[in-house]
Ligand binder design. Structure first.
Ligand SMILES: Cc1cc2nc3c(=O)[nH]c(=O)nc-3n(C[C@H](O)[C@H](O)[C@H](O)COP(=O)(O)OP(=O)(O)OC[C@H]3O[C@@H](n4cnc5c(N)ncnc54)[C@H](O)[C@@H]3O)c2cc1C
Length: 448
């Protein structure tokens, strides 16, 4: 790394999650003096591990997709990536099928009757004759927010909506889908028309997303990688040091802010929901080779169940099988104690076919992760634009990353945004010029 250049201003980086640390590293590489401040006592944010039985388990199922933005892997090529075949299972209607589902598996899994009903419902939905051009248009417009329910039923029909989409969003956001923005559907549901998707799938055969990338010792290795790099570059990281309006306004140079946007501006419409993680131990051999189970239906409190040992051998426990259950805050509030519910959880795991009825949950550790899912209520982008304008009026402050930009995005996308912000500073861009660029990040698609 070059020595700090005296002409460059010192940059304040708020947040030591993957966004803040990668931004600091890129700044230091470009010769900026940098200071990192994090509100928490440790680095990592959502990538800080949960210690369970001595293993550094991720905060829920985390993986890097092969088509992810290459910068993350370029910067962390020494982090010891392992490639893993993907072994996901989707639990639907009492059946398990491969995840992501291939068309054939999916139809087989649904059963002929349900599949036929869904197909008929799709073809006869209101507005079906309006053509498929609208999928392309949907990609661009976010100003007229018709809400999740109207958006999805108009595209896939009511049957598919009630079976998959409505239970999923109710579970994650704890709201009626009509109150939720259509942008949630756009970030998660393919904006290609179902016919395009189907014909592509039939032409291309198996879905290519069958491997994923993972740091051998867990996601925390990415954090440690940047921490080490920053230490060598002489960049200080201050913990227990929250950055608020007062601090950013007092700072003389640029600020890259990866803390929560709603902590910087008074905007009651940009709130989050939290997530409970339950790490549980089961007798060795209780769970098969699956890395993650996906459970969108209402029967299950958890939306995903992952098995750390299937992400890397280094996360394998010699004596037990370990699972991580993700239970969105939803109806629970933020202070529920799941230790009273072990038998119900066990029964749900059996019902989903994840564990046999003959085994009992041993140890369990509960972790509540606050502010995980941005509450994307209808028309939230208007409040978001207002919030970004307020931030820009405070000085040379660029909000970045998942929290700074109120995004539901992936790790590689956080690093890409950090890089874009550093390029923006290098080009002499202002905070006001950052807003249109930031708006472009709202179109990033989440990969699961
Ligand atoms: C359950 C789950 C599964 C996921 N799975 C995947 C996956 O498979 N693949 C993938 O690519 N991504 C996944 N993600 C997304 C990924 O974890 C996040 O996008 C990424 O870690 C966000 O990094 P960040 O640095 O932007 O935010 P955070 O990790 O939240 O870091 C923000 C940091 O800022 C600090 N902070 C907050 N406010 C302030 C303040 N005012 N001043 C100073 N510091 C502050 C916090 O303490 C924290 O350390 C998943 C996320 C979740 C929740």
């Amino acid at each position: 790394m070059p020595a700090n250049s005296p002409q460059k201003p010192t940059v304040l980086v708020a947040g030591a999650g993957i966004t803040g640390l990668s931004a600091a590293w890129l700044l230091a590489r470009d010769g900026y003096p940098v200071e990192v401040h994090d509100a928490a006592p440790t680095a990592g944010g959502l990538l800080e591990p949960v210690q369970f039985r001595g293993l550094p388990c991720d905060r829920g199922s985390h993986r890097i997709h092969p088509e992810s933005h290459p910068l993350l892997r370029e910067l962390t090529s020494d982090a010891g990536w392992v490639e893993q075949p993907r072994r996901g299972r989707l639990v639907l209607g009492g059946r398990q099928m491969a995840y992501p589902p291939q068309v054939g598996d999916f139809l087989k899994g649904l059963g002929a009757r349900t599949a036929a009903h869904m197909g008929l419902n799709f073809l006869t939905r209101p507005g079906a004759l309006a053509g498929f051009k609208r999928w392309e248009e949907d990609r661009k417009t976010i100003d007229d927010d018709v809400g999740f329910e109207a958006f999805v039923t108009g595209r896939v029909g009511r049957r598919a909506y009630t079976q998959f989409y409505a239970p999923y969003v109710e579970k994650v956001w704890g709201l009626h889908p009509n109150e939720i923005s259509q942008t949630v559907a756009k970030a998660r549901i393919s904006t290609a028309s179902p016919l395009t998707t189907l014909s592509k799938a039939l032409k291309s055969g198996p879905v290519p997303d069958r491997v994923f990338l993972y740091p051998r010792g867990g996601m925390v290795e990415l954090i440690e990688f940047f921490q080490t790099g920053l230490k060598l570059a002489g960049v200080p990281i201050h913990y227990d040091s929250p950055i608020g309006t007062k601090e950013v306004q007092a700072w003389k140079g640029p600020v890259l802010y990866s803390g929560h946007l709603s902590d910087l501006v008074d905007q009651p419409n940009l709130k989050h929901r939290g997530l409970y993680l339950l790490h549980i131990a089961l007798p060795k051999g209780s769970v098969g080779q699956t890395d993650t189970f996906y459970l969108p239906e209402r029967d299950f409190w958890f939306g995903r169940v992952s098995q750390p040992a299937r992400f890397s051998d280094e996360l394998s426990d010699d004596e037990c099988d370990v699972l991580c259950l993700e239970i969105p805050e939803g109806r629970w509030g933020n202070d529920h104690d799941f230790s009273e519910d072990i038998l119900k959880i066990q029964a749900q795991l059996v019902h989903a076919g994840i564990i046999p009825s003959t085994v009992d949950i041993g140890e369990m550790k509960q972790t509540f992760v606050p502010r995980v899912y941005p509450m994307y209520k209808r028309n939230w982008t208007q409040y978001w634009s207002e919030a970004l304008r307020q931030v820009a009026s405070m000085g040379q402050i660029l909000p970045i990353g998942r929290q700074g930009l109120f995004l539901h995005c992936n790790i590689d996308q956080c690093v890409y945004i950090a890089d874009e912000a550093v390029r923006h500073l290098n080009a002499g861009g202002t905070a006001a010029d950052w807003i249109p660029k930031a708006k472009g990040f709202l179109d990033l698609r989440v990969r699961d």
